[in-house]
Ligand binder design. Structure first.
Ligand code: MN
Length: 193
């Protein structure tokens, strides 16, 4: 089953992550979780085929089409993981802090509305190229995931050139909750003087 690997890697007596079980419906949601683990990365997840198809993006997603972000495909996650935030205790798989960095909906560009939702997207993923639109609060517009040739887990996540694209340096860390808190604190300090 699709979530066997997910369940095997985790001890649910210790972690507060949800147990893996696949869903029947597909609502085309996406989430990006900032995962401050042994190595900081961003987990990019698309709801598809009853699970969250998942990629670990070391540098985080970018709204700049010039950035080709490495996205390493990891095990499917349960759809219920979509709102997961919290701390995975030391000694457990993925130990560290998870925060939702962005969430919203996506839509595969080649989706055939006559067919089962997500069927075409699953085929596209199999072929190694999935084009989609995102509507989140940080990520917006066209994107593509392209798999490296002769490689099953390394992909690139690239922003398409459109009206949402930015052409200056994009650092997803600047939009993390920790960074935003810092900015608010600094502003309060200034305004209280
Ligand atoms: Mn992760």
């Amino acid at each position: 089953m699709a979530l066997t690997t997910y369940n095997k890697k985790r001890n649910f007596k210790e972690t507060s992550e949800p147990k893996g079980k696949s869903e029947k419906k597909n609502l085309f949601r996406f989430v990006v979780q900032r995962h401050d683990a042994s190595r900081l990365h961003y987990d990019f997840r698309l709801e598809l085929g009853g699970v969250l198809k998942s990629w670990a993006v070391p540098k985080g997603p970018s709204m700049n089409p010039a950035d080709k972000r490495l996205a390493v495909m990891v095990e499917d996650h349960p759809v219920s993981y979509i709102g997961f935030e919290g701390n995975i205790p030391e000694g457990n798989y993925g130990a560290g802090t998870v925060e939702v960095w962005d969430a919203g909906v996506y839509f595969p560009v080649n989706e055939d509305l006559e067919k089962i939702p997500g069927q075409q997207a699953l085929k596209d993923l199999d072929k190694g190229e999935l084009k989609f639109f995102l509507k989140g609060s940080k990520l917006e517009g066209g994107f593509v995931l392209v798999r490296f040739k002769k490689d099953d887990k390394n992909w690139l996540l690239i922003k398409h050139k459109d009206e949402y694209a930015v052409n200056k340096k994009y650092d997803s860390e600047q939009f993390s909750k920790a960074a935003l808190k810092k900015t608010v604190k600094a502003r309060k300090k200034v305004s209280s003087k």
